[in-house]
Design a protein around this ligand. Structure first.
Ligand SMILES: Cc1ncc(COP(=O)(O)O)c(C=O)c1O
Length: 399
């Protein structure tokens, strides 16, 4: 058989999907499974979104659409940007994608030649590594361990940017840690970025409406508007509106970059479907109460998870303030056994936890931090309480 392209030797399936699939299989076999593994918001969009989709079906033209995104969708997104205190952008600064994941792929393709350097903090969202590897970029990781609250320091960034990497990729609020940078922390990062004009900035801000405790959402462009000339801001309807499967992502960027992304869209995807576009307009311009309610709900769940985790001797966990993830350091379990089964690392831990207690979590090594695991806490409230109890029992049974 002829060979596949060399890049496929670097491409691997998402580690999160591997765990989620195993959990699904066990459930299908009749096991009682609590799934903390997959990062879905677990709520549905409002009725007005479905109504808009149904109405669009009736008027569907079946035609190809805009590579940038249909005007009404772009305008609705511009309104959303204004609410998030981004002003002065026009349609020419925007491009859609099939979810933020494809937006990120496009951005990396537009900015990185093979061998170009991309820098991002660890823990990172798994696809950062996967996409950069597929594209043959040189990846530099900036370790942000639990001891520094999983947050990047200005000094770390300053040092990393001295080599003039092509791209600095920054995620706030964070998947997998749930950390949110304060206004002051973003200001300090923005000041460092000002000193390094040769680096593009990709700000993955897709959880910007899921922030708790009054910390607020801040982007380097808010603090240093000059940075907009080399900053691309990613957004998505997936988490904010309970629409992960609808696949609507956005990027806000300087015109030249946005146009490059539209060119890539014309080659990769052509357009978003009309029905999805109409649903997206309705989500962005309709009532926002579901998003607000869910954010309040997630912050209460965060409290429940933190109380459970901090009651386990030796488990350490910086307190998340956004998204719907918690990322505890569970390394206290390494070197111990459960029911005769050795726990050497995070992967052993998650495998044993799933087999013994039916709780599915993603090993931290999937995000570049092998001392931790990720809990996504959007399941039903009763399942959350049950899953946390099973996790506590698992720890108590370690010998
Ligand atoms: C940090 C981060 N960026 C981007 C994405 C991709 O989102 P989308 O569903 O819009 O592709 C995810 C999804 O989990 C994410 O957690």
């Amino acid at each position: 058989m002829p060979a596949l392209a060399q890049r496929m030797s670097r491409a691997k399936p998402s580690a999160i999907m591997v765990i989620a699939d195993k959990a699904k299989k066990l459930k299908a076999e009749g096991r009682s499974i609590v799934n903390f593994s997959i990062g879905v918001p677990n709520f549905l969009p409002g009725e007005h979104v479905y109504e808009a989709a149904r109405a669009a079906l009736k008027t569907d033209t079946g035609a190809y659409g805009s590579n940038r995104g249909r005007d009404d969708l772009l305008d609705a997104f511009l309104g959303h940007l204004q609410e998030s205190r981004f002003t002065g952008y026009t349609r020419a600064n925007l491009a859609i994608g099939i979810g933020a994941k494809q937006v990120l792929y496009n951005l990396c393709e537009a900015l990185l030649d093979p061998g170009d350097e991309i820098v991002f903090p660890t823990p990172y969202w798994t696809s950062y590594m996967d996409i950069a590897e597929i594209l043959g970029a040189k990846i530099t990781l900036l370790p942000c361990p639990p001891e520094q609250n999983y947050k990047l320091t200005p000094a770390q960034l300053d040092k990393a940017l001295a080599s003039k990497p092509k791209v600095f990729l920054f995620n706030n609020p964070s998947n997998p840690t749930g950390m949110v940078y304060t206004r002051e922390e973003i200001a300090a990062i923005a000041d460092v970025l000002m000193k390094h004009p040769d680096t593009w900035i990709i700000a993955d801000d897709i959880y910007n409406r899921m922030v708790f405790d009054g910390v607020g959402y801040h982007n380097v462009v808010h603090l240093r508007p000059e940075l907009r000339e080399r900053t691309a801001i990613m957004d998505s309807l997936s988490k904010t509106y309970g629409m992960p499967g609808w696949r609507v992502g956005f990027v806000t960027a300087p015109e030249r970059l946005a146009t490059a992304l539209v060119t890539l869209n014309s080659n990769h995807i052509t357009n978003l479907p009309e029905i999805v576009t109409a649903a997206g307009v309705a989500a962005l311009s309709g009532p926002q109460d579901i998003t607000r309610e869910k954010c309040a709900d997630f912050s209460r769940r965060r409290d429940e998870v933190m109380t459970a985790l901090l009651s386990i001797p030796g488990v350490k966990c910086p307190r998340p303030q956004g998204a719907f993830y918690v990322f505890p350091d569970i390394s206290v379990a390494f070197g111990k056994s459960h029911d005769g089964r050795k726990i050497g690392n995070d992967v052993d831990f998650c495998a044993a936890l799933l087999d013994a207690k039916g709780v599915a979590c993603v090993p931290g090594s999937a995000f570049g931090e092998p001392r931790a695991l990720r809990i996504s806490y959007t399941c039903k409230p009763a399942e959350l309480t049950d899953g946390l109890q099973r996790l506590r029992e698992f720890f108590a049974e370690l010998g």
